[in-house]
Design a binder for this molecule. Structure first.
Ligand code: TXA
Ligand code: MG
Length: 337
């Protein structure tokens, strides 16, 4: 199968593929998703096959209206309504208890809950409307690779395995949505994203966060948390302080293997002491760094010679929490010291 690259003017053709049970990668404000008709179990099965994703890892159901959620969820609590009013369309995925058998177990991973999100991307909202069904949408990457932030990333991983990708250019945020579980007494953040704990607490009061690295013997609340994610071929080292870059580059140079550096422009231009081979700009802030993190990891992955990547860390405030969560996973927790 040749994977088609659809322009944003070809939503009708992409929607027709979805209705046929085919897979279409779609743009969102966070990362590209791998779309299939959430009401068609055969189509959803293909998503796991294309990604090489373990089948116990449930999928997010993408909707274009709150009414669609009401069809599947057992109840829509006041907290849900407040969150939706504030953050949808946007980067907040909400886990709710389901009506019995409302969605196939291939969508929910056999759980009695499901994750819902309304992405902030008009092309994809139009696609969902045109298809007339909600879309499952894990990130459109091969399982274990960095999430895709461009249509090229999607094609790099899935060309020939899916019917098409709807190309709306690079995504703006670059990190996957915040996942919050509202099916429990005290809501808990299972995955940090640009919608921060503080922003959520301003709307619904105190919540908890539980996105520590899950140990091998632990049963994670979000099944996806147990898998190693975002790993490039090279070993990633987190550089926590800008002042450490000189020493880190010196050390990497001594390893006598090609290495890469990912940092903000100020740091890249100030490296006068040591020359390094290859660099990738993270822009000028934690916000631009979040947008470019996965692109940078993929950039170095194209060169199998690169054995070490030094990546700038940021303080764990605001979007820094989500950025560091993803970077820690790609580094296997390795910090340079
Ligand atoms: O930004 C995003 O959320 C992107 C775009 C495409 O929307 N999607 C995405 O999907 O990141 P995915 O499948 O890569 O991540 C979904 C996460 C996984 O960690 C999964 O285990 C968790 O949400 N999840 C889904 N349904 C769940 C449920 N019912 N209970 C607990 N965790 C759930
Ligand atoms: Mg993913």
């Amino acid at each position: 199968m040749e994977t088609k690259r659809y322009t944003v003017k070809q939503i009708a053709a992409a929607a027709a593929d979805i209705k046929q049970g085919e897979l279409i990668a779609f743009p969102t404000e966070t990362v590209y998703g791998l779309g299939a008709d959430a009401t068609n179990p055969e189509a959803v099965k293909k998503v796991y096959a294309a990604k090489g994703r373990p089948s116990d890892n449930p999928l997010i159901v993408h909707v274009a209206s709150v009414e669609t959620v009401a069809r599947y969820a057992a109840t829509l609590s006041p907290k849900f309504k407040q969150l939706v009013e504030t953050f949808w369309p946007g980067s907040l995925t909400i886990i709710l208890p389901l009506k019995p058998n409302a969605l196939a177990s291939v969508v929910t991973g056999g759980l009695k809950t499901a994750a819902f999100r309304m992405p902030d991307n008009q092309v994809t909202l139009d696609l969902i409307q045109a298809a007339g069904v909600p879309l499952v949408g894990p990130s459109a990457n091969t399982s274990g690779k960095p999430s895709p932030t461009t249509a090229d990333h999607v094609l790099h991983d899935l060309n020939g395995k899916i019917a098409g990708v709807l190309d709306d250019g690079p995504t703006g945020i670059g990190l996957e949505s915040t996942v919050i579980d509202l099916s429990v007494a005290t809501p808990v953040i299972l995955r940090p994203g640009v919608v921060t704990q503080e922003a959520i607490e301003r709307v619904i009061g105190p919540i908890m966060a539980d996105h520590h690295q899950v140990g091998a013997s632990e049963i994670p609340k979000a099944p996806g948390m147990k898998y190693k994610h975002y790993a490039p071929n090279a070993q990633v080292y987190i550089i926590d302080q800008p002042a450490q870059f000189n020493e880190a580059i010196q050390w990497a140079t001594e390893q006598n293997v090609p290495f890469g550096v990912m940092a903000v422009d100020d740091i890249l231009t100030n490296q006068t002491t040591v020359r390094f081979k290859d660099q990738f700009s993270l822009g000028d802030s934690v916000v631009s760094a979040s947008r470019h993190l996965f692109d940078g990891l993929r950039y170095f992955d194209l060169n199998p010679e690169v054995k070490i990547i030094l990546v700038q860390g940021f303080t764990m405030v605001g979007v820094g929490v989500a950025y560091m969560n993803r970077l820690e996973k790609s580094a296997g927790q390795k910090h340079f010291q």
